[in-house]
Write a new protein. Structure first.
Length: 242
């Protein structure tokens, strides 16, 4: 499910603007980390500011943009495959999507750093901002299957070819060793890491934690706890995003 504007997205987007970043790769340490949702939210936010934005899906393990936008998945290549004709309009004005190709993704053009660098430069000739949604940096499960079949795209090379990289870390799930491994991979590839996003999608907020605690006293004060939970749920302060 796509994210919509909130304080966290505004903070990340503001930092991107302050650093005058025009092209970036967004990567995560693991599968199902919400990477595509964050990429979409940032691209949408930029488009709402009047920028012409290209969101590139370089994720063959779990492509979602074509399905979410009811688009086809046209075949394209970074330099020789007429990518301009494969870009499609999205539901957000000013935001174009370049969905992950099903067949040509095997081509060496997606695995050559210099080719990808020239591709991103070409994109910036037509767009104000270019954002790449990539596969996880660390292989596991579904990612390993893709690696064995040759379907995966080299995230380290994509990041190294990009102007800069944002690392998406899932609070409460991503381990310190995974962060260290991801940082080492990016460093060894020569990628420029400009920041880390702490993704709280699985972390309970203050309201959820307080409501959870009321169940500890449910056996002794059932009616009181029920009223307290209803009160907590309606409190304006606890429903604010932090």
């Amino acid at each position: 499910m796509y994210l919509y504007n909130n304080a966290a997205i505004e903070t990340v987007y503001a930092r991107i603007q302050r650093q005058n970043i025009r092209q970036l790769a967004l990567c995560s340490t693991q599968h199902e980390a919400g990477n595509s949702s964050i990429a979409w939210a940032l691209a949408k936010r930029a488009a709402q500011s009047g920028k012409r934005v290209l969101l590139i899906e370089l994720n063959r393990c779990s492509p979602i943009f074509a399905q979410q936008q009811s688009h086809a998945s046209p075949e394209w290549l970074p330099l020789t495959g007429h990518w301009e004709h494969a870009a499609q309009e999205s539901e957000q004005a000013g935001l174009m999507l370049l969905c992950s190709p099903e067949k040509t993704g095997h081509c060496v053009e997606f695995r050559d750093q210099e080719t990808l660098r020239l591709f991103f430069q070409s994109c910036l000739g037509q767009f104000d901002m270019v954002i790449c949604d990539t596969e996880p940096l660390i292989s596991s499960g579904k990612i390993n299957e893709a690696f064995e079949s040759g379907d995966n795209l080299p995230v380290d090379i994509i990041c190294a070819a990009s102007e800069t990289t944002l690392l998406n870390v899932v609070t409460g799930q991503t381990t310190e060793s995974q962060v260290d491994e991801a940082r080492d991979i990016l460093h060894q590839s020569g990628a420029q890491l400009c920041g880390v996003i702490m993704n709280d999608q699985h972390a309970p907020g203050l309201k959820q934690e307080l409501i959870r605690e009321t169940y500890r006293f449910n056996r002794v004060f059932p009616k009181l706890m029920q009223r307290l939970r209803a009160r907590l749920d309606k409190m304006v302060l606890l429903n604010q995003e932090l």
